[in-house]
Design a protein. Structure first.
Ligand code: OGA
Ligand code: MN
Length: 291
């Protein structure tokens, strides 16, 4: 047996760390069922240790994905309501479809193809995101993850000291600008005013420091635009170097759960987007104020 295999107390499922920096594969667990507290505990331990959990062979309804997600905290719901006032199920559908439901290489937003950490333009950004593959292209459509703890730890000492206490403005407006998308509307800007987060954040679960950068950043507090951009871009390119990256190649039935507090991620366009549908169900767990 693989020396890394961790067989939890009920013996029904395995948690196998991937070779390399991060990620673990969990097999033999049916996430549609109600999970016992010790199982949730094992999953949380693995989540803190490996940052990306890949649950194989799942077939979850939206409701089941919501229930599974609720094991880890409060769901980030939608602001909008149905005409009857009811809340929408807080499942977001990630896809490459046009308004007529046809696959397209020019989806209405291309934000996901740039390195980011979910909702860093919120005062309280997302803790975890869960994506469940429902329809996949025959090959490609990967998701890449970059380890921002390793990114921080491998910086030269003088850079660490220089950035230690810096704070960064993140905003929806900057995000739209950075990714070349249609500019944020006045209503959007009012809805999502800029927020400020530490450039180096401490993970509340592990106590480790990590870079907090990505496409939603505007500028460093008290620094000129150009100096800010150069610094933020150089930190982002450092932490997304291949040695800090895991590329997830999706298999039907995969559910992947990742930690937004110590990772950047992005979708890859490595498939024929005009031809093949790529549909994933997405739920998000609310986080806490970064410090
Ligand atoms: C997301 C996201 C990437 C992908 O759902 O937050 O960035 O590969 N998705 O679809
Ligand atoms: Mn994302």
């Amino acid at each position: 047996m693989d020396a890394h295999v961790n067989v939890p107390q009920d013996g029904n499922f395995t948690i196998r760390p991937l070779d390399g920096l991060m990620g673990a594969k969990i097999e033999g667990l049916n996430l549609s069922a109600t999970l016992e507290a010790p199982v949730v505990h094992d999953i949380l331990d693995a989540f803190l240790a490996h940052h990306i959990l890949i649950f194989r062979d799942q077939d979850l309804s939206k409701e089941a994905q919501v229930s599974f997600t609720e094991n880890f905290g409060e769901l980030e719901g939608h602001v909008h309501r149905l005409p009857n006032g009811k809340k929408l199920p807080p499942v977001h559908i990630v896809n490459n479809l046009d308004p007529e439901g046809r696959p397209t290489a020019k989806p209405h937003t291309t934000g996901n193809y740039h390195w980011h950490t979910d909702k860093s333009y919120h005062a309280v950004p997302s803790l975890a995101t869960l994506l469940h593959a429902r329809e996949l292209p025959p090959t490609g459509g990967d998701t890449l993850f970059a380890n921002t703890t390793r990114g921080y730890e491998t910086l030269p000492e003088e850079t660490k000291q220089r950035i230690e206490d810096l704070r960064v403005i993140h905003s929806w407006e900057a995000s739209r600008r950075n990714t070349g998308n249609a500019p944020a509307t006045e209503a959007e800007k009012k809805d999502r005013p800029p927020v400020t987060h530490p450039l180096v954040r401490t993970h509340p679960g592990t106590g480790k420091k990590a870079l907090y950068v990505g496409m939603h950043t505007s500028h460093v507090e008290g620094m000129s635009e150009s100096e800010s951009r150069a610094l933020l871009d150089s930190l982002a390119s450092h932490t997304t170097k291949p040695e800090f990256v895991y590329t997830h190649t999706w298999r039907p039935g995969d559910l992947v759960m990742w930690d937004n507090r110590c990772l950047l991620h992005r979708a890859d366009t490595n498939y024929d987007m005009d031809k093949h549908r790529r549909i994933l169900y997405r739920t998000v767990v609310r986080g806490s104020l970064p410090f």
